[in-house]
Design a protein around this ligand. Structure first.
Ligand code: PLP
Length: 440
C-alpha cells in the first residue's frame, strides 16, 4: 500500500472534489466520515476486486452498496450494455428492455405490475404517494434504524448515512411533514399494536426494510413481517416492504422468498433497486394490479421520470438477473458463511466480543455486544472499534463498508483468492480492534 509522504492520487482527487462538491462526495457515507482518512477513489473493478487510482488492489466487500451481485465488469453484462448503448442510450419512449426487466421482476416476486424508476429513493417516495392516494390517509409508520432513501417523511431516525454521521434529526424537513411519520422500535410488536390502536384509521401505510441492513443487519424476528402485514390489513393500511437492498440478493425473490412466499402472505407494495439495476441507476416499485393502476396514465396518481426504464440501465439489470441463477445464490451463501467464520475466529482469537447477524448472504458485525434486535441495541455497540479494524483491513487490501452500521456484501465472483486475501488480513485487524479505545 502507498505509505509514502507524497500526496496519493486519492488525496489529490479528494482535495479537488472537496473544492467543488459538499464534503467531496456525491453520497455522504463514501466520505469515510465515520472511520476517518481519505476515501479511496476507484479506477476500475473486475470480479471481486477494485483497483484505486494509485494502483492499490482491494477485495471488495461493498459491491457498490449492493448492486454488484455478479461482481464487477461481468462479461455478459458488459456485452449486453455495449450492444444496447451502441443503438442509442435514451429515447424517452417505451423500449423492449424495460418490458423484459419488468417481466422478470413480476416472475420473481409477488408484484403484478411494476413501475420502473431511477433510484430506491424515488421508489419508496412513490409508494408513499400511492398509499396515501389509495387510502385517503396521511400517516406513515416506519421503524427507527431503517433507511428508505432520503425521502422527507422517511428520514426520521434513519439508518445508513444518517446514523453513520450522527446527524441529529432531519433539518430541511418541515415539521408538518415530520409530524405525519410515526417512528417505532424495530421487532417490537407491542409498539406496532399500540400505534395502530391509537391511529389505525389515519395510517396510510407502514413501510419497513424487508430485512434491515442499514443499522447493520438486524433481521426480522420469525413471523414479524407476517405480523406487520396482518396488522396493516386489519386496519385498512398498506404494508410496504422495502426490498431495495434485499431484493434479488437474499434469495432470487428477495426477503419475501424467505418469509411471505413460505408463510403465504404478500405485501401490498414492494420496492426494489440495487441488484435489479446491475450497477446502473434503476429501481422499481410494484404491487397488485388494481393498486398500481391508480398510477398515471392508468389512474390519477402522478409519477414520472425522464430516464425511467432507461434501455441501458434496464439491460444491465435484466442481464444481471438472468445470470443470477440458483447456483449463484448458493455460492453467495457459501462464501458469506466462510467469510463470517473467518471474521469470527479472528475476533475471538484477539479477544474481541462480537456478534454476526445475517440476512441471506448479507451480514454485519456488531462490536462488543451479543447482537441487536433494534436501533437502540445497534447503537449501543462499540462502533469505535470498527475504525481501527476497517483501516487495518484497508491497508491489507480489503475494502469494507466505511461504517459499522452497514451490511457487508459478497458477490458470485468472490473466490478462494479473495478469501485468502481477507483471511491473511484478519489477525492484524482483529488485534487493532482489540486495542482500540473510544476516543481514538
Ligand atoms: N431503501 C433501502 C432499504 C436502501 O438500502 C436504500 C439505499 O441504500 C434505499 C432505499 C435508497 O436507494 P437509493 O440510494 O437508490 O436512492
Amino acid at each position: 500500500m502507498d505509505e509514502s509522504t507524497q500526496v496519493s492520487g486519492s488525496e489529490a482527487l479528494f482535495a479537488r472534489a472537496r473544492a467543488v462538491s459538499p464534503g467531496g462526495v456525491n453520497s455522504p457515507v463514501r466520505a469515510f466520515g465515520a472511520v476517518g482518512g481519505t476515501p479511496r477513489f476507484m479506477r476500475s473493478g473486475a470480479g471481486a476486486w477494485l483497483t484505486d487510482v494509485d494502483g492499490n488492489r482491494y477485495v471488495d466487500l461493498v459491491g457498490s452498496w449492493g448492486p454488484m451481485l455478479l461482481g464487477h465488469a461481468h462479461p455478459a453484462v458488459l456485452a449486453a450494455v455495449a450492444e444496447t448503448a451502441a443503438r442509442g442510450t435514451s429515447f424517452g419512449t417505451p423500449s423492449e428492455p424495460e418490458v423484459a426487466l419488468a417481466e422478470e421482476i413480476v416472475a420473481r416476486t409477488p408484484v403484478e405490475r411494476v413501475r420502473l424508476v431511477s433510484s430506491g429513493t424515488e421508489a419508496t417516495m412513490s409508494t408513499l404517494r400511492l398509499a396515501r392516494a389509495a387510502t385517503g390517509r396521511d400517516l406513515v409508520v416506519k421503524f427507527a434504524g431503517c433507511y428508505h432513501g432520503h425521502v422527507d417523511p422517511l428520514l426520521a431516525q434513519a439508518g445508513s448515512g444518517v446514523v453513520t454521521l450522527g446527524l441529529p434529526g432531519t433539518p430541511g424537513v418541515p415539521d408538518h411533514v415530520a409530524a405525519d411519520t410515526i417512528v417505532l422500535p424495530y421487532n417490537d410488536r407491542a409498539a406496532v399494536t399500540a400505534a395502530f390502536a391509537e391511529h389505525g384509521d389515519e395510517i396510510a401505510c407502514l413501510i419497513t426494510e424487508a430485512a434491515p441492513g442499514n443499522m447493520g443487519v438486524v433481521p426480522p424476528e420469525p413471523g414479524f413481517n407476517a405480523f406487520l402485514a396482518a396488522t396493516c390489513r386489519q386496519h385498512g393500511a398498506l404494508f410496504v416492504s422495502d426490498e431495495v437492498m434485499t431484493g434479488f440478493r437474499v434469495t432470487r425473490s428477495g426477503q419475501w422468498g424467505l418469509d411471505g412466499a413460505v408463510e403465504g402472505w404478500t405485501p401490498d407494495l414492494l420496492t426494489f433497486g440495487k441488484v435489479m439495476g446491475g450497477g446502473f441507476p434503476a429501481a422499481a416499485f410494484g404491487g397488485r394490479a388494481e393498486l398500481m393502476d391508480l398510477l398515471a396514465p392508468s389512474g390519477p396518481v402522478y409519477q414520472a421520470g425522464t430516464l425511467s426504464g432507461n434501455p441501458v440501465a434496464t439491460t444491465a439489470g435484466l442481464t444481471t438477473l438472468q445470470h443470477a441463477t440458483p447456483e449463484v445464490y448458493e455460492r453467495l451463501l457459501s462464501f458469506s458463511g466462510q467469510l463470517q467464520s473467518a471474521v469470527s475466529q479472528a475476533l475471538s482469537a484477539a479477544g474481541v466480543a462480537h456478534a454476526i447477524q445475517t440476512a441471506g448472504s448479507m451480514f454485519s458485525v456488531f462490536w462488543g455486544v451479543d447482537g441487536a434486535r433494534d436501533f437502540d441495541e445497534a447503537q449501543a455497540q462499540e462502533a469505535w472499534r470498527y475504525r481501527a479494524f476497517f483501516h487495518a483491513m484497508l491497508d491489507a487490501g480489503v475494502y469494507l463498508p466505511p461504517s459499522a452500521f452497514e451490511a457487508w456484501f459478497v458477490s458470485a465472483a468472490h473466490d478462494e483468492e479473495a478469501l485468502s486475501r481477507i483471511v491473511a488480513a484478519l489477525p492484524v485487524a482483529a488485534t487493532a480492534a482489540a486495542a482500540a479505545t473510544p476516543s481514538e
